[in-house]
Design a protein around this ligand. Sequence first.
Ligand code: NDP
Length: 392
Amino acid sequence: MMPRRVSILGATGSIGQNTIDLIRRDAGAYDVVALTGAGNIARLAADAIELRAEVAVTARPDLLEDLRAALKGSAVEVAAGPAALVEAASRPADWIMSAIVGAAGLAPGFAALDQGTTLALANKESLVCAGKILLDVARAKGTTILPVDSEHSAVFQALVGEDIGTVERIIITASGGAFRDWPIDNLAHATLDQASCHPNWDMGQRITIDSASMFNKAMEVIETREFFGIDPIQIEVLVHPQSMIHAMVGFRDGGLMAHVGPPDMRHAIGYALHHPNRAHLPVERLDFAAIGLLEFTAPDDARWPALRLAREVMAAGGMMGAVFNAAKEAALDGFIAGQINFVQMAQVVEDTIEQLDRGSGHIHATMTLDNVHKVDHLARKAAKASIEKRAG
Ligand code: NDP
């Protein structure tokens, strides 16, 4: 069999490294086209050499010469900057992993779909900001988008052979993150280190903090709506501290299909990599007798206002998803930089939503990549103003 041509956007990150781990185990089966990263030049260069990538791209033009130096003597091409990411994503490939963090993943993901490449989508921000655009281009080009978020992969798997019209509800689970059991009054004093520790999953820092604030789950609720096209009222969130059941799909006959697996992203990545087949994957096999107990509770809106905000965003429609994502990214930057506290992140997002909802018709303009960028820019500006007001 011919090797499959694969690219990995965000190769140096947590999802990217897990994807490389799977590819490395069967290296002869793949030709690696593009690997991309941003600041971690040493990792990017080492992987590009080992996997004989055609091209390595850093998102940061200021690091182009460092990347060139690290790849000197190899046959790997080098490039840098947002346009180079899009060019790399457009190179003919059979499968591409979209695992850049943040809205920066949107344009390269779009380019890959437009080129006809199957897109394994970890970058949930793309769907939240511009789900309609991605789904439209995938439909127009006959290209497949495969979810990589563990909850959406779980739903996708539970739906194999089913008619989406018979789905009554989709339940996605949340571990509750670092502060699930903290007294609410203490949340304003949570430190960056405390917010950056996840009880079950080993992930990048940003998504780990978003898990503690539930902004990650809020994004996933919107992602569920975009990806599976069901009504927001049909989407439920359950707190499940063990992170073993990732999602459940309830059908109109009362039956529920639950997807159970260890908290290891290599399952969802591997499912997308081998789809529609199932391959042997190096993940733990669960021993239910040893686990003993699986717990579930309803999420508390007072502890996690992000979930209420996600419902408001879906009700507003238009490009409010792009506002939500941009405000959340800016608020997270503000928290990481020590400008605002943990609780103020949700307040900044809420301020921004209110301001853009009130302010103009921007969010209800036609959804195009340009307009999404415009709205993203406006929302970041509004969020920064809200952060400064609180910081000052
Ligand atoms: P990481 O922070 O670990 O990695 C992010 C990747 O994106 C790195 O390769 C990083 O490069 C690169 N990057 C950072 N900024 C930019 C930019 N401006 N332009 C282009 N590339 C950039 O993130 P994760 O792997 O945790 O998450 C990646 C995506 O997958 C996110 O959308 C996240 O929500 C989603 N996801 C992650 C899960 C997980 O388990 N980690 C689970 C489900 C979804 P460098 O490191 O070189 O700076």
